[in-house]
Design a protein around this ligand. Structure first.
Ligand SMILES: NC(=O)c1ccc[n+]([C@@H]2O[C@H](COP(=O)([O-])OP(=O)(O)OC[C@H]3O[C@@H](n4cnc5c(N)ncnc54)[C@H](O)[C@@H]3O)[C@@H](O)[C@H]2O)c1
Length: 255
C-alpha cells in the first residue's frame, strides 16, 4: 500500500520540489495539495485546497509542510489533531512550540518529524560542530541563504547552536570591553557565541561553523547548491513517521 501524502506550500520553492519527489516514488502517492495562493481546483487528478480546514477527514497518512514560519506551528498542530503525520521543513519554531507539539504527538500516538535541515551533509555538519565545540569552545556560526528567506537566523543555525550548547562549556566570547559602533555588527548572541546571517541572491542554503584556538583554526562548511539536496531526507522522513508514534525534532533521530 502506498503512503498517501499531502504537500502544504506546494506552490513554493521547496513544496514544488517535494511534489516532484513524491510523484517519482512508487511507494508514495500524492493525495492532495494545499496553498492559499493556488487558483487550480486539481492538478493531474490531485485535488488542490486553499484552506486547510477543508482537509479535515481527508484520507491521507502524511502532511509534508514547506510553508512560512508564521503558520508552521498551527499547520503542524492541525496535522497532528487530524491524524496526518507531519514531516515539517518549515522553520521558525520556538523551543516551547516544539515541546508542545512533541507532547501532542505522544498524546495522539502519532509520529512526526520537524527537521530544520533535511540535507544529510547539514545534519553531519551539526553533529561535527557539536563534537568540535567540546575542544574548541570559541566559535562563530555564519549561515548564508537566498534573499527571499523570511526568518533569521536559519532553523539550521538555531539547531546547530542548541546542539553545541549541550556539549560546550559555557563561555562568553570576545573582549570584555568590546563595543559595537554599528548596531548588529557582532551578530546575534546565543549562549556566549555569535550567529551571523547572510542573505544574497544566487545562494540556496549554506552554513559555516568557524572555530578558533591558540595558533589554530577549524572551519566546517556545508553547501546545498540545489533544493534536490533536501529530498532524500524528506523521503526518509515520510517513510519513517508512518512507523512511529512520537514526533522528533531533527532528521538525525531517524538516521
Ligand atoms: N528543512 C529544510 O531542509 C529546509 C530547506 C529549505 C527551506 N526550508 C524552509 O521551508 C520553508 C519554505 O521555503 P520556500 O523557500 O519553499 O518558501 P516559498 O516562499 O517559496 O514557499 C512557501 C509557500 O507556502 C505557501 N503558504 C503560505 N501560507 C500557507 C498556508 N497557511 N498553508 C499552505 N501553504 C502556505 C506560500 O503560498 C508559498 O507557496 C521556509 O520556512 C524555509 O526556511 C527548510
Amino acid at each position: 500500500m502506498s503512503i498517501k501524502v499531502i504537500v502544504a506550500g506546494f506552490k513554493g520553492r521547496m513544496g514544488s520540489t517535494a511534489v516532484d519527489m513524491v510523484k517519482n516514488d512508487d511507494e508514495l502517492e500524492l493525495a492532495a495539495l494545499l496553498d492559499p495562493f493556488a487558483a487550480e481546483k486539481e492538478i493531474d487528478g490531485v485535488p488542490v485546497f486553499t484552506d486547510k480546514n477543508d482537509l479535515i477527514g481527508f484520507d491521507a497518512h502524511v502532511w509534508v509542510d514547506f510553508t512560512v514560519p508564521k503558520v508552521a506551528y498551527e499547520n503542524t498542530h492541525f496535522a497532528l489533531e487530524h491524524g496526518f503525520r507531519p514531516v515539517v521543513g518549515t522553520t521558525g519554531f520556538t523551543q516551547e512550540q516544539i515541546a508542545d507539539l512533541t507532547a501532542l504527538s505522544a498524546d495522539k500516538k502519532t509520529g512526526g518529524l520537524i527537521a530544520p535541515n533535511f540535507a544529510i551533509g547539514a545534519v553531519l555538519l551539526m553533529e561535527f560542530a557539536a563534537k568540535a565545540s567540546k575542544y574548541f569552545p570559541d566559535l562563530e556560526i555564519i549561515e548564508l541563504h537566498h534573499d527571499k528567506k523570511k526568518d533569521a537566523p536559519s532553523g539550521t543555525a538555531i539547531k546547530t547552536a542548541e546542539l553545541i550548547q549541550e556539549v560546550r562549556n559555557y563561555k562568553k566570547q570576545g573582549a570584555a570591553d568590546e563595543e559595537e559602533t554599528l548596531a548588529g555588527a557582532r551578530g546575534a548572541e546565543f549562549d556566549g557565541f555569535r550567529i551571523h546571517s547572510v542573505r544574497l541572491p544566487g545562494l540556496v542554503a549554506h552554513q559555516e561553523v568557524i572555530f578558533g584556538a591558540q595558533g589554530e583554526g577549524l572551519t566546517l562548511r556545508h553547501d546545498s547548491y540545489d533544493r534536490i539536496s533536501f529530498m532524500s531526507g524528506v523521503n526518509l522522513g515520510i517513510k519513517e513517521v508512518v512507523k512511529r508514534e512520537q514526533l522528533v525534532y531533527g532528521l538525525e533521530h531517524l538516521l
